[in-house]
Design a protein around this ligand. Structure first.
Ligand code: NCD
Ligand code: ZN
Length: 347
């Protein structure tokens, strides 16, 4: 039995850090284990311009614990008013690594997202020219489309048409939750990649709804049927370089999760690497964990692999993770897989 596994320091290719007191509380959780993270721009107001991204990056750097080995990779929030020249300048300066597409109304703080895709055509064309990836929240928002079908419909009605109309556009399908999405990625060329979260490898929709509603398992895109979870596991553990880790760790205060209209998001920054070691070991694929968490993402984003290493170790006793992370405004609950985890990160 493998007791210890050393891999290149991982990166998180989809992360919500928020701002202010929340940022201060959750940033150390990611900076402990990860070298870099793609920082989501869905603040209120959203991070739309290069100047806003530069200011947000400074706030993140200022909140980093002393001596942390962590670099935030900034993104811009695509709106119908986004200026292609501003995007190109933010990319050329090295500040911005991706642009994020939220269909308007699809998820938390997405009201400024895109409704009419014709209005972002010039930005997408410029991004294809300069090789700047588009990260997609892949769900349609049509009221007549069932929430469990919204990802599959997005692929057919939005993503595939955009990619056909914009040859060369590099796209990351973020937090995929269906076999349909994994199959679509496999059917396309290397300009398409996909991130998979930790929690979508662990839970299906029964975990949210059976035996009482579990708000801490509710996120968007919502977890689907078991067959989809199994398909995501197969993709993540396959070694196919187009699939890589994006935790979508999305902290909300407990008060906002445990409400009549509770927020979407699972907070997995604290225990993601031990959970992934468990998942990959369970699937007999521990040798594929480094690719998924540390190698495939940098390859897609055309960045070097981190020089630092991270060691995971397995012990007899179950690992004790904190149940909650405290913030100035209240606690944030750490994702609980519902079974004991024996892996931990060696410190
Ligand atoms: C994210 C958040 O809270 O910002 N929530 C989530 O359920 N994943 C937004 C998102 O990525 O959809
Ligand atoms: Zn997200």
């Amino acid at each position: 039995m493998t007791q210890s596994l050393t891999i290149a320091r991982p990166d998180d290719w989809h992360l919500h850090l928020r701002d202010g007191a929340m940022l201060a509380a959750v940033l150390p959780e990611t900076a402990r284990d990860f070298g870099r993270a793609i920082i989501m721009p869905n603040l209120v107001p959203p991070v739309v311009t290069g100047a806003q991204a530069a200011a947000y990056r400074e706030r993140i750097l200022a909140a980093l614990p002393e001596g942390a080995d962590f670099a935030p990779l900034m993104t811009l929030y695509l709106t119908e008013d986004t200026d292609p020249d501003d995007v190109a300048a933010a990319h050329a300066s090295g500040l911005v690594k991706a642009v994020k597409l939220y269909p308007a109304g699809a998820t938390t703080n997405s009201a400024s997202g895109v409704s009419n895709f014709e209005n972002v055509r010039a930005v997408l064309e410029r991004m294809a020219e300069i090789g700047l990836p588009l990260c997609t929240h892949g769900e349609v928002t049509d009221h007549d489309i069932d929430i469990f079908d919204r990802e599959a419909v997005f692929i057919d009605r939005v993503l595939d048409p955009i990619r056909r109309a914009t040859p060369g556009l590099r796209v990351v399908m973020e937090h995929i939750t269906t076999a349909n999405a994994a199959d679509y990625v496999r059917s396309q060329d290397a300009n398409l990649g996909a991130t998979i979260t930790t929690h979508h490898l662990i839970i299906n929709r029964n975990h949210i709804l059976v035996g009482g509603i579990k708000p801490h398992y509710y996120c968007l895109p919502v977890a689907k049927r078991e067959e989809h979870r199994v398909a995501l596991r197969a993709a993540a553990t396959s070694g196919d370089a187009r699939f890589f880790l994006g935790t979508d760790s999305a902290p909300h205060l407990d008060g906002d999760k445990l409400a009549p209209c509770g927020c979407a998001g699972c907070f997995t920054a604290t225990n993601t690497m031990p959970l992934l070691a468990h998942v990959f070991e369970e699937d007999g694929a521990l040798d594929k964990l480094e690719g998924f968490a540390s190698l495939n993402g940098p390859a897609f984003y055309r960045l070097p692999v981190n020089a630092a290493k991270l060691t995971l170790q397995k012990s007899e006793a179950a690992t004790q993770f904190p149940e909650k992370i405290d913030t100035e405004n209240g606690p944030v609950t750490v994702f609980d897989p519902g079974y004991p985890i024996h892996w931990s990160v060696a410190r």
